[in-house]
Design a binder for this molecule. Sequence first.
Ligand SMILES: NC(=O)c1ccc[n+]([C@@H]2O[C@H](COP(=O)([O-])OP(=O)(O)OC[C@H]3O[C@@H](n4cnc5c(N)ncnc54)[C@H](OP(=O)(O)O)[C@@H]3O)[C@@H](O)[C@H]2O)c1
Length: 246
Amino acid sequence: MYRLQGRTALVTGSSRGIGRAIAFALGRAGAKVLFHGASDSPALRDAVAAARAEGIDAEPRVADLGDAAACDRLAEDCADADVLILNASVQSYGHVEEFDDAEFERMVRTNLRSSFALVRSFAPRMAARGWGRIVSIGSVNQAHPAPRLAIYGAVKAAQRNLMLTAAKEWAARGVTVNTVAPGVIATDRNAKVLSDAAFADPLRETIPAKRFGTPEDCAGIVLALCSDACSYVTGADIPVDGGMSL
Ligand SMILES: NC(=O)c1ccc[n+]([C@@H]2O[C@H](COP(=O)([O-])OP(=O)(O)OC[C@H]3O[C@@H](n4cnc5c(N)ncnc54)[C@H](OP(=O)(O)O)[C@@H]3O)[C@@H](O)[C@H]2O)c1
């Protein structure tokens, strides 16, 4: 039920962090995995090499999703993928009045426009084949705004809404579209702030599970959503946050 033999998955932002853990979970379930990063980095090469060492059929893909043309080329290059994980994102901190238009546009282009363009490209092809899986990695911040993350939270909320529309549009043609919303997951992105005990300790106390998550904590539910076990699950929004959003 949870096997993905014969499927090909593109996982954006899988050179590191949550995307890497998801890519390994899908690969271990039998999928061919297209690992992706913004650049041809040592991290991307290491992820692909480690996956191949496990016997996973893995290939690298490079595209800066903030570059619309590069994003569209990625979509063409991965056209036969049956599984699309929208994981890559950029995140920047500031009070509303500190952000300029350029930063707003960068975050919208990199996080939201790329997701829109990839769904627009992939979903019709999946529907034509009668089977497809799209999982967007959202955030607790899509529904619970955090201070100094105004653009990030707004863009995650928009992405969640986009997934709802896509779920409705393709449900009858074998394509499911779901969101997984992590809480605080220890990755490169927040390594610096989480190493500050004065910040991290009170934050940990707000989480009913009393710990931060790991990238692997996010991978199992994504695998389930991508498998035949979840054929009848679409439009869902599943928190992976140790109860933080309760
Ligand atoms: N960590 C958390 O606590 C947390 C909480 C809620 C939601 N999330 C969401 O979970 C997802 C993964 O987060 P993470 O913490 O694992 O992130 P991360 O460790 O910062 O890794 C980010 C990944 O995205 C890629 N990426 C960054 N900018 C890109 C660009 N312009 N074009 C293409 N790829 C780009 C990176 O590629 P390179 O290696 O090439 O830079 C990397 O693979 C994100 O959508 C994030 O918003 C994370």
